[in-house]
Design a protein around this ligand. Sequence first.
Ligand code: NAD
Ligand code: WQD
Length: 344
Amino acid sequence: MNGKGTILVTGGAGFIGAHTSVELLGEGYDVVVLDNLVNSKREAIRRIERIAGRPVSFVEGDVRDTALLERVFDAHPITATIHFAALKAVGESVAKPLAYFRNNLEGLLAVLDVMARRDVKQFVFSSSATVYGDPHTVPIDESFPLSATNPYGQTKLIAEQVLRDLLISDPSWRIATLRYFNPVGAHESGLIGEDPQGIPNNLMPYIAQVAVGRLAKLRVFGGDYPTPDGTGVRDYIHVADLARGHLAALDELQRRPASFTVNLGTGQGYSVLEAIQAFEKASGKTIAHEIVARRPGDIAACYANPAAATNLLGWRAERDLAQMCVDQWRWQSGNPAGYTAEAD
Ligand code: NAD
Ligand code: WQD
């Protein structure tokens, strides 16, 4: 234990949680990860510890289990929670809305309940640019109207409302709501990265799996959007920059008794074709692709105005698309099948 405090990281074995845990440990925080491994592997925890050179307290379990949460708070002097644990596949959420509402909202409520009982009221929440629905224009700032286009997005929208209402009822909470744009890339060590189960839904992991030979060809969803080259434009942000954003948010919560909601993006939009080119350059591989019909529910362009995060937190994304691709390729080529336990 040390002076910085102990952070409960729910979903800390997952993509963003693992990178954030590494940053927290590096800054001198102690980290307790609570994860049921529904979309991650225990090996991620070993890799986090290897990078950081320090142990993680890992608890395998469900965030909806309030008795377990109570035991976690009994066993560790937790000072704040970063709540990543959620299901996040948009298509699956359309097919299984109840599973998404139960997991993402019951999980949030259970964590907040136990925190309130323990009088631990610093909370960082993983929200998403999905709460802007189909934005009327870009770049997107935090004052834009909110809406949801699928059940996953609804869980984030409702979660944000829960947090606003909680704050009204008890202003002693300090809550950072972070709206992520499109997190990609991997830790520069190549030891941790995104490890999607089954066929990836998201662009960068799909491209990376084509590059490594796991998948044959990328389907580019739509070539007729009102964008410069007709393909969808997104704000890809390096996961290491995103992880640092969480530390900046925690610092701010500790500095003053205020809650806030900020976008975490680069402010720069890239098309699908630009992402393919950048990845080809980083990997030296050709990414076979063909343009097919639009994916239902997709929007043309989505990128952040990240000024609020810079002004409030002194944070800005530093790594460019080329770096995102280099790091994603290091992870993918070094771990072609994702996390597999090493003989140890
Ligand atoms: P991820 O699936 O890699 O990580 C989520 C982790 O939570 C997984 O390890 C999973 O096993 C765990 N988990 C899920 N339900 C749980 C439960 N009931 N109890 C305990 N653990 C549980 O996803 P990620 O990309 O790291 O996303 C982290 C958070 O950020 C999520 O809340 C997600 O909705 C949000 N987010 C992600 C993106 C993105 O594109 N990756 C964008 C915006 C917001
Ligand atoms: C990016 C671009 C696709 C796959 C999703 C969620 C969002 C957030 C981040 C959590 C789009 C195109 C993709 C493929 C393609 N998650 N594409 N072929 O849709 O911006 O956001 O993840 O909060 O809520 O909706 O990300 O990576 O799926 O797509 O052409 O095989 O790549 O059409 O233009 P998206 P993505």
